[in-house]
Ligand binder design. Structure first.
Ligand SMILES: [Zn+2]
Length: 419
């Protein structure tokens, strides 16, 4: 490669003796701080093609090329503060803030502490001298406490949300604590973005930046406020003219007609994804029915466990959410689900979708397959019946070819449905 003019690293060596190779690995490790680039390991490759064949490969990697990983570099620093971050679901995450140190070539001064259990296990306290490293050379983490600060006390995460002051609650089966206030300003922005997103209420033109502006200008405090937005409000957004403002308002207006499963998913109930929202609506096809469903009834739904049933049951009894749903109803949002007559042409068949289809989006193709009794799964296996492939299909297509699974185009899918 070098002779051909490729750029190769300086440090490579060829050995016929494994002891020498091990020595070399150690010396690279000792000198890695001096390199002009970061490394997390060194690779040994067998350079004889016959030996490579003998060694073979696992399902994922060749056995003739193996990386030795060096232990991550560790540094000492002082913990100044533990900051509490608020996520979209209201999870409160403690973050260690410490004197800046250089690790794997970059300056770091923060590392997540995950939750109270981790803090208690480490017994990390404010002012402590701590040891920090980069896990996988990327994410900084506190490894251990070297010495406690004088007169330090064990640290406990405050049980109130730093953004809104609401008392935090602890999830039963998790170490996570959350802010339960669905109007919490820290969660609000991320909630609205989720609400408007393509798989939820699918409000075209209401992207992250526009949502941020609407919140900043005070037009929107909860997702219900979106439906009170006027042309005049929208016209005040930078770059918005009559046409663009009109488009936004009508996109919001159109979303009122969405089926209930989209709304349920958009409400961001913990554990409820698109598919579980649909299953929930199939059993309880109106908002009233969802809200009055008993835990024992919810848990009967396919793949719903106790935890998810509890989550739904509690979510629709949370006062903020009840008020939100009342307002959405007042604005005329559709609160029911049309149980579709499903066709049976694809019953029992499992599909994997890959690549870009010529006329349909993947979501549309998925809905079409499901409405005809088929199932869409994420990865190709021996149980897959068909792979629906479009342009730029990747590894799934290759796998299907290797496994001899039928590969069909969008047109062929449509033919299957017609005949
Ligand atoms: Zn809060």
């Amino acid at each position: 490669m070098k002779e051909l003019g490729f750029k190769v690293i300086d440090g490579y060596r060829s050995y016929t003796d494994i002891e020498k190779a091990v020595e070399r690995i150690n010396s690279i490790g000792e000198g890695r701080g001096e390199l002009s680039y970061d490394i997390d390991g060194a690779v040994i490759k067998v350079d004889d093609f016959k030996d490579r064949e003998v060694l073979g490969a696992t399902a994922k990697v060749p056995k003739w090329a193996v990386a030795f990983k060096y232990p991550p570099e560790e540094k000492e620093t002082v913990l100044n503060e533990i900051e509490i971050n608020v996520g979209r679901t209201g999870a409160l995450t403690p973050v260690a803030v410490f004197d800046p140190i250089t690790l794997a070539g970059t300056t770091v001064s923060r590392a997540t502490l995950h939750n109270q259990d981790i803090i208690s296990d480490l017994d990390v306290r404010l002012g402590d001298t701590i040891i920090v490293r980069k896990a996988g050379e990327i994410i900084p983490e506190v490894v251990r406490v070297k010495t406690h600060a004088e007169k330090s006390q064990p640290y406990h995460i405050p049980m109130t949300c730093p953004a809104c002051g609401t008392a935090a609650v602890k999830d039963e089966d998790e170490a996570v604590i959350r802010c339960p206030n669905i109007d919490c300003p820290a969660q609000l922005l991320r909630n609205i973005i989720h609400f408007a997103s393509r798989n939820a209420m699918n409000i075209e033109g209401l992207g992250d930046a526009i949502v941020e502006l609407l919140v900043e200008k005070g037009y929107v405090r909860t997702v219900a406020d979106l439906y009170a937005l006027t042309m005049a409000d929208a016209m005040t957004l930078p770059g918005f003219k009559e046409k663009s403002a009109g488009n936004l308002i009508s996109a919001i207006e159109n979303s009122k007609k969405n089926e209930l499963d989209r709304l349920i998913y958009a409400l961001g109930i913990k554990g409820i994804g698109q598919r579980s929202a649909k299953l929930l609506c199939q059993k309880f096809p109106t908002m009233e029915k969802v809200m009055s469903a008993e835990k024992e009834e919810i848990v009967e739904i396919e793949n719903f466990g106790d935890v998810l049933a509890d989550s739904v049951y509690n979510a629709v009894r949370e006062p903020h959410r009840i008020e939100l749903i009342r307002r959405l109803r007042e604005y005329g949002l559709n609160m029911s689900y049309t149980v579709k007559e499903t066709g049976k042409k694809l019953e029992g068949l499992k599909f994997v979708l890959t690549g870009t289809l010529p006329a349909m989006t993947r979501d549309e193709a998925k809905t079409l397959i499901e409405n005809n009794g088929g199932k869409c799964i994420g990865s190709v296996s021996s149980k897959t019946n068909y792979v629906l492939a479009g342009e730029d299909a990747g590894s799934k297509l290759i796998k299907a070819q290797q496994m001899g699974i039928a590969i069909i185009s969008e047109e062929e899918l449509l033919n299957m449905l017609e005949n």
